[in-house]
Design a protein around this ligand. Structure first.
Ligand code: FMN
Length: 238
């Protein structure tokens, strides 16, 4: 299964080790895996130039970092976003990355490939805040058009992976095994759900009626989405 992982941290701590467990249980081979570590692989904040919305994401001043991440996401069957919890949220660098992908929110220029992907969102904390961190990531993924988002939040009760007790590691592994089984079961049966379809139709109505950004409106027209074509029909093969 072609997979991309975006880590909201650079070091190989608890978040990294949890994702490695998923990688093993999901039988993801090295050939099928692309990993990005933040901020190393995208070290910039969005500067608010609006180029991505008005002219196209290729005009982002940080496109040399964004393009490889975007291509890997678009080409993957499984998209994994994994972040440690920092002050009850995702890390700042993860938020900075997600800001750069606002252009592919369904209200702007959704990518057709999103409608047939599976996502997994992982948030690892010492004690709490996993729920809000998971929400930070799923908010974007949903509005990109991804229907099936699996979630894994865990409090490891340690600052370092080395300090996570054997008992906790076994429990984590058991939970990951169970969730991986679900992911593998569903992976070839991804269908765009009603919520995403309704959101798309709402944004379609806005594009049709108003089309506030001409670049977005042209994109919708080119894809035939203002007529009868829908992005979840004839999904691209990845
Ligand atoms: C700046 C900072 C903020 C943190 N905030 C929280 C928090 O709000 N809640 C929590 O339970 N743990 C918090 N932690 C602890 C980490 O989430 C926890 O140690 C996590 O397992 C680290 O994952 P990692 O090894 O992948 O970096 C924080 C750690 C740091 C460095």
């Amino acid at each position: 299964m072609k997979t991309v992982v975006i880590y909201g941290i650079e070091h190989e701590g608890s978040t990294y080790n949890v994702v490695q467990m998923f990688k093993n249980k999901l039988n993801i081979s090295e050939n099928d895996l692309t990993e990005f570590f933040l901020p190393k692989n995208m070290p910039h904040f969005c500067i608010g130039c609006n180029n991505c919305f008005m002219k196209g994401e290729e005009f982002c001043p940080h496109q040399e970092y964004i393009t490889p991440i975007k291509d890997a996401i678009w080409n993957a069957e499984l998209v994994i976003f994994a972040s440690p919890v920092y002050v009850l949220r995702i890390t700042g660098q993860m938020k900075a990355l997600l800001d750069h992908f606002g252009f592919q929110f369904m209200i702007h220029r959704p990518n057709k490939s999103m409608f047939s992907k599976t996502a997994l969102v992982v948030a690892i904390a010492a004690g709490g805040g996993m729920r809000s961190a998971i929400k930070d990531m799923t908010a974007s993924l949903k509005l990109w058009g991804i229907s099936k988002i699996f979630k894994f939040g865990y409090a490891v009760a340690a600052a370092k992976w080395e300090d996570v007790t054997e008992k906790k590691r076994i429990k984590i592994e058991q939970k990951i095994k169970k969730l991986s089984r679900m992911i593998l079961l569903k992976k070839n049966k991804i269908k765009t759900n009603l919520k995403i379809k309704l959101l798309f139709l709402l944004f379609r109505m806005i594009q049709k009626k108003h089309g506030y950004i001409q670049y977005d409106k042209n994109y919708w027209k080119e894809h035939g989405w203002l007529e009868k074509t829908r992005p979840w029909k004839n999904p691209p093969q990845v």
